[in-house]
Design a binder for this molecule. Sequence first.
Ligand SMILES: [Cu+2]
Length: 143
Amino acid sequence: MESARKHPLALVALVAGAATLGLASLGGAVGVAQDATPAVGPGASPMASPLAAGSVVTVGSIDIDFVPAELTIPAATDVTVVIDNSTAQIPHNFAVDALDINETYQAGETVEIVVNAPAGTYEYYCNLPGHKPAGMFGTLIVQ
Ligand SMILES: [Cu+2]
C-alpha cells in the first residue's frame, strides 16, 4: 500500500476540531462494538455548503465514527476526499457501494480518493466487521 499522502494544514485543523468532539464520548476505549455511550452525532451541524469544482472535502474517521456524518459535494465533478484516520487507534474503511468505492486504511493513516459521482444521495460506511452497526456510517449528498 502506498504511504499516506499529507494534506494541507488547513484541513488538519478542520478535522482536528471535529475529531475532538467525537473522541470525547469514547473514553479511550479501543475495540469493536463497544458499549460505550451512544455517540450522539457530533454537533449535528450539517455541512450543507456545496463545493466548487476541484474541491477537497475531508472526513475524519475516529473510533468509531465518521466526522462529519454528512458530506455534500458537487455532481459530475472530481472531488478529492481526504479521509483522515490519524487519530484512530484501529484501521477503518470508507465504502460507498453504489459508487464502487472501497478504501481500507490503517490507524494513523490519511488517504485521498477522488470521487466523481452523479447527483444523488449515497451512504458511506466502514465495512470492517462491527463498525457500521456501531454507528460508523454517513450520508454523501451529491448535487
Ligand atoms: Cu471502521
